[in-house]
Unconditional design. Structure first.
Length: 467
């Protein structure tokens, strides 16, 4: 463990240019050796910092005095000098956003800068844009079959609850009591009304405030204006989506081609079987990038999986808010040697003749292969931690043979997921390095570039509104 001191600073050395890979001003975390001390009352501090272009001596001048010094303990293996930026200074943030140009094609373009994956302020920007104005996966339809059934969750720091109302319609709300902000519904379940566990405020399933016990004679209190705050909600393809934005797009219209592709793959024949979750020490976009690289990594990272796929047939098709990657299964004989389930061996019957990998902006993956489908929800837990939720669906779930197939399939998938977790966390450690800022795209990484372009569009919308 090493201590890091947080200081505001600006460049004093005229030799340093913003294009050298570090911004001209903002916030920087200074590694503190055990025998050194940073005095927050000092007006400036000089040190040497390595940038990708050169090593220079910098004079760092505090723009806001802090006493006592603000310190935090971080694991130096994942927090080498952190490049981060002042959200209040939108010019600095905008400059980092503009380091990626979506108009440059893959063959000529550069990947987004590392700050997109390491700076808390970029995550803050995503909360204001990406996770506010787009449709986000939030539940399965089968969880909300009867009136009163509800599902709660949290996406990018916003707690939500979805419920099947008495009318049969779905309703979605911020899972926040209008009194003292406690969550009104935990986990999943079934109820007749929402009651806050803190002070007992009670709400109807349509969000209306029914009672506020003990409130007393409060002036200027309008009960009609103190219901649960609503979100937009839609059902699509057995899944449930929410959107916090004021003017959401037409979800069904946006995904019409994808729905056709999934219908051809017998989407409606599938039954939910099991959920697995994974917590990763990486930015959520690292995991998405890995998924969208056009199969580039499969041959090298997923040996068992690649043995069952004909990667020469791999295709990538881009649409407005989503992309579809597909590949044929490798022509081979069915498995004859059946290893124990815990071995996690991949096998032809799991993947079938064709695999379809659909991604919906910003954070949902739908994988359809053989008689199986799995969905991956990629949920940020902050700027450097991610929760991945994988739901497995199967066509046949009855009987011992089907159950054996389900177990072997999920065990094989577990191997692939662990390989993805390992490489995603490795990439994140590399993104912290002072030696890296931007890389180049490979020719297969079309869907990844598409993802970054959609991010850039949302980021720029924030600055257009501010201006």
């Amino acid at each position: 463990m090493s201590q890091l001191a947080l200081v505001d600073w600006q460049w004093q050395d005229p030799l340093v240019h913003p294009d050298d890979g570090l911004p001209g001003q903002g916030i920087y975390y200074l590694p503190q050796a055990p025998d050194t001390f940073f005095d927050p009352r000092a007006s400036c501090i000089s040190l040497s910092v390595y940038s990708p272009a050169l090593t220079v001596d910098l004079t760092m001048e505090t723009t806001e005095k802090r006493s006592p010094v603000e310190m935090e303990c971080c694991d130096s293996s994942t927090h080498s000098p952190i490049k981060t930026f002042d959200l209040a200074n939108s010019n600095l943030l905008q400059r980092e956003v503009e380091k990626f140009d979506p108009g440059v094609p893959v063959q000529e373009g550069w990947l987004p800068p590392s700050s997109w994956y390491t700076a808390p302020e970029i995550y803050g920007l995503e909360q204001h844009t990406v996770f506010r104005n787009n449709w986000l996966i939030a539940a399965r339809q089968d969880q909300l079959g009867a009136p009163g059934q509800y599902v709660s969750g949290n996406i990018a720091g916003e707690p939500y609850v979805i419920v099947r109302a008495d009318t049969g319609d779905l309703k979605a709300f911020y899972n926040v009591c209008r009194h003292h902000a406690a969550e009104v519904a935990p986990g999943v379940g079934c109820l007749e009304k929402f009651q806050c566990p803190y002070h007992g405020w009670t709400y109807a399933l349509d969000g209306r405030l029914l009672s506020a016990p003990g409130l007393g004679a409060v002036k200027d209190f309008d009960r009609e204006h103190f219901g649960l705050t609503a979100m937009h909600v839609r059902e699509w393809g057995g899944l449930v989506f929410i959107c916090r934005g004021e003017s959401p797009t037409d979800l069904a219209g946006d995904l019409s081609h994808l729905k056709s592709a999934l219908d051809e793959a017998r989407f409606e024949n599938l039954k939910f079987v099991e959920r697995r979750t994974y917590q990763l020490n990486c930015n959520w976009k690292v995991f998405v990038d890995n998924y969208l690289d056009g199969g580039y990594h499969v041959e090298h990272l997923h040996k068992g999986l690649s043995n069952q796929l004909d990667l020469t047939t791999y295709t990538t098709d881009l649409f407005g808010r989503y992309s579809i990657q597909a590949t044929a299964g490798k022509a081979s004989e069915a498995s004859t040697a059946i290893l124990p389930v815990e071995a996690g061996q991949d096998f032809k019957e799991r993947l079938g003749d064709r695999a379809l990998y659909a991604w919906l902006y910003p954070n949902l993956m739908i994988n359809r292969y053989g008689s199986i489908m799995d969905t991956n929800w990629v949920l940020p837990l902050g700027h450097n931690r991610t929760l991945v939720i994988i739901d497995f669906y199967f066509e046949n779930t009855e009987g011992p043979e089907a159950q054996e197939f389900v177990a072997r399939s999920i065990a094989a998938s577990e191997v692939v997921q662990k390989e993805d977790v390992h490489i995603s966390e490795s990439v994140q450690r590399g993104l912290w390095s002072s030696s890296y800022d931007k890389g180049r795209y490979g020719k297969l990484e079309l869907a990844e570039h598409h993802f970054h372009s959609l991010l850039a569009r949302d980021f720029h919308s924030f600055f257009r509104v501010k201006s």
